[in-house]
Unconditional design. Structure first.
Length: 202
């Protein structure tokens, strides 16, 4: 039945609220990744002007625009638009900004001595700002190139390479080539190490 009272249905209002949040969410994601509009345009094939209008809400989001952006940011399309949950049993991850730049995604839901994170690390410049803190860290590079400065070492790690260290040693890491690097981190705040068990060879 057609509505005659002039009031927008609640469902349509909720959908519009979701669409209104897409632009600001896209802008926050780009800032967290440390990307310029020019760099994002080069990676997605979407023009700078279209990206700018999309982030400001002047351009309505469409599937043709959101799919390449979801691929560039490496997030599910549902997370990109903030779609409401509809009984999906999958765990919803919550990306958060890193104080030193970049994004971290907690992968561990329960408290415990070891915590797992996915990190997206931008280019933090060429001058290391070494820091120390309690704990022990294990890093696995998923994508990109990571520059790690640890004590007297200055090394570059590629996909599939691993580093681990006592975080009381002065350390710093950044993208090695200007593009965001994606890593998996296991961190023990009290100095816990990861133990690997392998089946002995016959």
């Amino acid at each position: 039945m057609d509505r005659l009272d002039g009031h927008e249905p609640a469902e349509a209002s909720r959908h519009q609220a979701v669409l209104d949040e897409v632009g600001p969410r896209l802008k926050r994601l780009r800032a967290q990744r440390g990307l310029t509009l020019a760099a994002l345009a080069e990676e997605t094939g979407i023009s700078k002007s279209t990206l700018s209008r999309l982030e400001s809400g002047q351009r309505r989001p469409s599937l043709e625009l959101l799919l390449p952006l979801a691929a560039a940011y490496r997030v599910p399309l549902d997370d990109l638009v903030g779609a409401p949950e509809v009984g999906d049993p999958r765990v919803r991850l919550n990306p958060r900004p890193l104080p030193s730049g970049g994004t971290f995604v907690p992968l561990t839901r329960m408290p415990g001595p070891l915590q797992a994170y996915k990190l997206l690390i931008p280019d933090r410049g060429t001058e290391p700002e070494l820091k120390t803190h309690e704990g022990y860290e294990w890093l696995y590079v998923l994508d990109g190139r990571l520059r790690l400065v640890l004590g007297g070492h200055d090394i570059v790690l590629g996909p599939g390479e691993v580093a681990e260290w006592d975080t009381r040693l002065p350390h710093w890491f950044s993208s090695a080539d200007g593009r965001p690097v994606e890593v998996l981190s296991l961190f023990g705040r009290q100095g816990e190490r990861m133990h690997v068990r392998a089946k002995p060879q016959a």
